[in-house]
Design a protein. Sequence first.
Length: 149
Amino acid sequence: MLGDLSSRQIENVLYSLIIGRIGCHADNKTYIVPVTYAYDGKYIYGHTKEGMKIDMMRKNPMVCFEVDDLENMSNWRSVIAWGKFQELKTPEQRKEGMNLLMDRVLPFITGETTISHTLKDSHKKTIEAMQGVMYRIELTEKTGRYEKT
C-alpha cells in the first residue's frame, strides 16, 4: 500500500534519522549531497567545510532536504522538505547548533574512522576553536510518502 505520511509521521521520520540529503541550485547547476544532521522541530542543523554546497547555498539559500528510511523495496518512508539556508556566524549560534548536532550524532559514532571526523575535532571547549561552517535550514514546507506491505 502506498500513501501519504501525516504531519506527525513526517516529524517522526525527521527526528529519527541522522543522514539526509540537501538539494541546492545556483549558477545553472543543481547539486544534491548527503549530510549528517540534527532536527529540532523547526530547523535542520549541519556542519561542514567550505566547498561547493556552502558556496551554492550562500548564492541561493532556498534549498530542498530529503530523508528516507528504507527497510526494503516494499517498506519505506520518505520525507521531502523545502526551506531556507542560514549560516550560523555568532559564537552563540554556532555553539547552540554544534551542541544540538553533537547530542544527536555522538551516540552513533562508534569506530576510529568515524571518531576522527571533523565533528570530533570541532567539539572543543572553546567555540573559537570550531572550524568549518555551522548552518541550519528553516523548514517551511514538508511532505512525505510511504509504502508498506
